[in-house]
Design a protein around this ligand. Sequence first.
Ligand code: EPZ
Length: 418
Amino acid sequence: MKKIIINGGNKLSGTINIGGAKNSAVALIPAAILSDENTTIYNVPNITDKKALINILETLNCNVTDEKDSLIIDSSKLENVYIKEDLSSKLRASYYFMGALLGKCKHVEIALPGGCNIGKSSRPINFHLKGFEQLGATITIEDDKYIIHADELKGSKIYLDFPSVGATINIMLAAVKAKGKTVIYNAAKEPEIVNIATFLNNMGAKITGAGTSEIKITGVDYLHKGIIEVIPDRIEAATYIIAGALIGDNLKINGVIEEHLESLLSKFDEMGIKYNIKDFELTISAAEKIKHTSIKSQVFPGFVTDMGQPMCVLLTQANGVSFFEETIYDNRMGHVKYLNNMGANIEVKDNTEIICGKTEYKGKKVKATDLRAGAAMVLAGLIAEGQTEISNVEHILRGYENIIEKLSNVGADIKIEE
Ligand code: EPZ
């Protein structure tokens, strides 16, 4: 098992370049198979999730050329085979192959998806399946695999009980070649949805309204070659911006889109944390005094749940009592126990962190319980006195490309050990 070792206290200065968004790339790669020709995806992040998805593409007899940060995918000779558990369990986003294969072949057989252990144990996909059924598919579960089949896919009006990111994208993938018009009401509005819709439209799909809560899709018969560039990863950016607020010395984060970070930056304003944004580069230094505040995670454009765990470390540096209420997942507090082991004073009540600052962290042996909890461990390690050792780092490498290089390049004393 790999471990990350950090000796805390080094100021961070220099430039960190933000990579392509994980939560976009993991949907764009499955979406590529909808093309009846081939596609190119630029700015693909170098994360382990990418490799897991390429494995699935190759199982489906797609030809993939991996040119470091761009992928050329030829899906013209796709073979619609059963996607086995060893492939689909590597990441939750493997479920996007449900929508893509249903949309393209009207049939998919896939083992149950995997991914982070946050939220209800299985992180349900009921909204996805309901959308597929409304498009005319029948779903059966046979010894741990989904068999989803439609003789014909017909456009439908689909109302989402919750603006689910995954369900919104998966229904879009299933609907682009359905007969007639589909409308998704109460759709998720995250920037990644727009990225996927743009990719599909570049292939000849007819999607309007992506980024709003009402997405309209008119089915087409053929999807030609398409290209797309993955948008910058707003969660990776937030993580390094928070590192800058903790221990930066004119740390530059390059490749940020301000509109994607408004909820974070408005909280920085409330907390008295100074930063400067020019074009796509944000510059930030460690804040002297940080005012405590209250935050509640919401769907976009509210405060992003994925930024909650890294943000918790910053709240422990504020003077006074801060609150962070998690409203999207019912179990996204895996970081609290380990931050408290390192010296924090955080109590959890009704999915709300009650955070008493200011904490002086001491380096300890800690564990990454999930992707963003792992990011919180790294941030605490960067400011802790002494050495922090983080295990289960596979979670972190799934979503943060080249995190060791990016942080050591700006002065952190951080390394990875087998
Ligand atoms: C995406 O997950 C992201 N993952 C998550 O980021 C992010 O936290 C989440 O959206 C919310 O923004 C990817 O894009 C790969 P949801 P997703 O469907 O699509 C419940 C990270 O840290 N729900 O919007 O799974 C669900 O249990 C990851 O990068 C149902 O009940 O999120 C959760 O409580 C973590 N039934 C809530 O809705 C469903 O059918 C939000 O889920 C689907 C979801």
